[in-house]
Ligand binder design. Structure first.
Ligand code: PEP
Ligand code: MN
Length: 364
């Protein structure tokens, strides 16, 4: 059972003006005072009110640009004073937190590499105790939901109630289009367990290339997430980190005009009645599916006993191959995709084999 998180609703943070998406934008890294201020002005012009910039950068190789350090906090403070925007940066240690407090940083986030380390998360949580600074926790680099939740619990126990998450995808060794594997099902699971938790997507780090920002942002909105954290730089081709994925403020403005934002929910009575009827149909069908799966597995159990009594091996792959081929053929007629059919029938087959194995193992 999921533990309860004690959260201040994001609308009460005084950070974002509605409507969705709530946007946090700014460069991957603060590089120079001019670059920070120019980017912030460009974003402020079309109503962005939360500015991000990395001050300490977790880089894979030493010798890459590892962030400007404390000097950059003064530039963020200037952004805040000049534009009235809230400013945020990534923290990865208690020292970073203390520096942020000293320079009046409004919000911090915990990066994906740090979320994966409970020692550091605890250190950061302790340093944030008795402050009112909102904290956004990125998913850990590895697709481990519990590690992500554990980080949220540590912060919440330290009294951080302005708490939210950023989904930026997961490291993978697979050859995929994006820089990080989306793993949306993990985000959806977290969303389902903690519906009150403000939820941002980070299309920049998920996609790794500005050409994917639109489709990922749209997906995040379709899933009903509250916001987006997007990297924007006044001159991306010269950026010292993540050059490929940053976009100029004007292009971000266009992207935000282009995405379609559907209401997360509504009080409209006619809509509610319609959706309730459809949901009732789905519930009945899901019940039927359970019944069907149950019947399917009780036949599997009988088959296991029959094979056991006749001393026959459980797995006959040729039979399974022909069942699968038939299902793919027939399933297509119902408009079911090959991926869906393969996933479902492989799962059914695995469960059936597991049940039959159990019967053989418990041979009387
Ligand atoms: C960042 O936001 O600049 C960053 C380093 O992101 P992540 O922790 O998602 O890699
Ligand atoms: Mn970056």
């Amino acid at each position: 059972m999921a533990k309860i998180l004690d959260i201040v609703p994001v609308n009460d943070w005084g950070f974002f003006t509605l409507p969705r998406p709530m946007v946090i934008a700014g460069p991957c890294s603060a590089e120079t005072r001019e670059q920070v201020l120019e980017t912030a002005r460009g974003l402020r012009r079309f109503g962005i009110n939360v500015f991000r910039a990395g001050i300490w950068k977790p880089r894979t190789h030493p010798g890459s640009f590892e962030g400007i350090g404390t000097e950059g906090l003064k530039w963020l403070r200037e952004v805040k004073e000049e534009t009235g925007m809230k400013v945020g940066t990534e923290v990865a240690s208690e020292k970073h937190v203390y520096e942020c407090i000293k320079y009046g940083i409004d919000m911090v986030w915990i990066g994906a590499r740090t979320t994966a380390n409970p020692f550091l998360v605890q250190e950061i949580a302790d340093a944030l105790r008795d402050t009112d600074i909102p904290v956004l926790v990125k998913n850990p680099v590895n697709p481990d939901l519990d590690l992500w939740i554990g980080a949220l619990e540590r912060l919440n126990r330290s009294g951080v109630r302005k708490l939210g998450v950023i989904h930026r995808g997961f490291s993978t060794t697979e050859n995929i289009l994006y820089r990080n594997a989306p793993g949306w099902q993990i985000a959806i699971e977290l969303r389902t367990r903690y519906p009150q938790l403000p939820f941002f997507a980070d299309p920049s780090h998920m996609g790794g290339d500005r050409k994917y920002l639109m489709e990922i942002s749209q997906k995040a909105m379709d899933l009903g997430l509250e916001g987006l954290m997007i990297e924007s730089h006044c001159n991306p081709s010269c950026a010292l980190s993540d050059a490929k994925q940053q976009l100029v403020p004007e292009d971000l403005e266009q992207l935000l005009l282009d995405i379609q934002v559907r209401d997360a929910d509504t009080d409209d009575r006619v809509y509610k009645e319609g959706i309730d009827q459809l949901r009732a149909q789905i519930d009945i069908i899901d019940d039927n599916l359970l019944y069907t799966f149950g019947s399917r597995m009780s036949v599997s159990r009988k088959m296991g006993e029959y094979k056991r009594d006749h001393n026959i091996a459980i797995l006959q792959t040729s039979r399974w191959d022909s069942i699968m081929a038939k299902m793919l053929r027939n399933g297509a007629a119902y408009g079911l995709s090959e991926t869906f059919l393969t996933t479902v029938f492989n799962a059914i087959h695995e469960e059936s084999v597991r049940i039959q194995n159990e019967i053989i193992a418990n041979k009387p």
